[in-house]
Design a protein around this ligand. Structure first.
Ligand SMILES: [Zn+2]
Length: 386
């Protein structure tokens, strides 16, 4: 597809192509009240892959996106704890070291925890020993400007710490629905390393986490010396195809899973089973819209965020209900849009399975989770955070 005027948000090259076209999609960040009539405004949602630097990126800017901070899942909190522990292992938590945080709607602020280790926030002008970006980079329309700002914020000898959802995960898992309005950049570690090097930085350490199919914590310095594990991680991302346009193009084939989700829901309805959803998250929106699902196939989606309850999913008439109402309706199947939450929601809502219901994850095909045994259930019961 021709996009002659588009230039890479990082390197400025026009050498690239559309690798994923999801057509018109509503803004996922605006959950309308249930009573607000359809249709919702929609915008083209397309991913372009830069052949020059390897950055997968959003073409259209749908205007201001106001992300609704969701309830942080336990997995996110656990990941933050582990990331800060790793910073300590790397000798980055020196008392009185200065820190600048580039925030985002995801993952919360790390500053209170870092202050607990004696780090001091650098306010106003000036650079810092530690510069942190937790899922912030992807929200920046101009990646070149954003990376430059981070490089300039770094004091001599400083370390940039970035937590990101790697593009390699999209390829490995077929999670095409991670493409969304307002998320402009889908970096892989090899591509980001290349871009950082144009700003005098390079990836020094990288660690992989299982959250949301695969996230990465990395550090970058002006004198990077990646260890064997970091080099192996970078190599594994290359093996996943992040630098291979023929592999990247297959994202469009992956998007066909939306049609198979619709077929599964249709079959469940024909079999007389009540299917409800869980997780009115950002990534649920393109999936629901691409599959053309409405209340006829999925009567409601539950979400623990009170800000979303009483609203409906963008682009369709599916209302968002509370977890308590989900349980009260005794669904035969609960379609879990966030597979990483499976342990947590099963522990928090044991009534679903005790009433004979089953949780279903997208793998990417719908797959029912076998009911937990009593022993498993006890280990699943963790403090309720949803
Ligand atoms: Zn580029």
């Amino acid at each position: 597809m021709d996009t002659p005027s588009f230039r890479c948000r990082s390197c400025g090259s026009s050498a690239g192509e559309v690798v994923l076209d999801l057509g018109r999609q509503p803004s996922w960040d605006r959950m309308p009240p249930v009573a607000q009539p359809l249709p919702d405004p929609s915008h083209l949602l397309r991913m372009w892959w830069c052949a020059a630097c390897g950055l997968a990126q959003l073409i259209e800017d749908a205007g201001s996106v106001e992300e609704i901070p969701g309830i942080e899942p336990q997995a996110m909190l656990d990941q933050t704890e582990l990331s800060i522990t790793r910073m300590g292992d790397e000798g980055l938590l020196r008392p009185a070291a200065t820190v600048i945080e580039f925030g985002s709607p995801h993952g919360g602020s790390w500053l209170p925890r870092l202050a607990g280790h004696g780090l001091v926030e650098q306010t106003g002008a000036g650079s810092a020993d530690i510069v942190i970006d937790v899922y912030g980079l992807l929200h920046e329309p101009d990646q070149e400007v954003s990376l430059q700002a981070k490089a300039e914020a770094l004091a001599p000898g400083g370390t940039l710490v970035v937590q990101l959802h790697s593009f390699a995960t999209m390829l490995r898992t077929g999670q095409w629905y991670d493409l969304r309005h307002g998320h402009f950049a889908y970096w892989s570690v090899p591509a980001l390393d290349g871009a950082l090097r144009t700003h005098g930085l390079g990836v020094h350490r990288a660690w992989w986490y299982p959250m949301a199919g695969g996230t990465v914590l990395l550090t970058a310095t002006r004198s990077p010396a990646p260890d064997a594990a970091t080099l192996a991680l970078i190599e594994s991302e290359r093996d996943a195809g992040v630098c291979d346009v023929t592999r990247v193009r297959r994202l469009q084939d992956d998007a066909a899973s939306a049609g198979r989700l619709r077929e599964w829901l249709t079959a469940e309805r024909s079999a007389g089973r009540l299917v409800l959803g869980y997780g009115a998250a950002s990534r649920s929106v393109p999936l629901v819209c691409r599959a053309g699902i409405d209340t006829g196939l999925l009567p409601a989606i539950a979400d623990a965020s009170p800000a979303k309850q009483g609203k409906r999913m963008p682009g369709t008439d599916i209302p968002i209900i509370s977890p308590a109402e989900l349980v009260a309706r005794s669904p035969d199947r609960v379609l879990l849009f966030l597979a990483g939450l499976a342990d947590e929601v099963r522990g928090a809502l044991p009534d679903i399975e005790e009433a004979g219901g089953r949780w279903v994850v997208l793998d990417p095909e719908p797959r029912a989770i076998e009911a937990a045994t009593a022993a498993e259930t006890s280990t699943l019961c963790r403090p309720m955070t949803l």
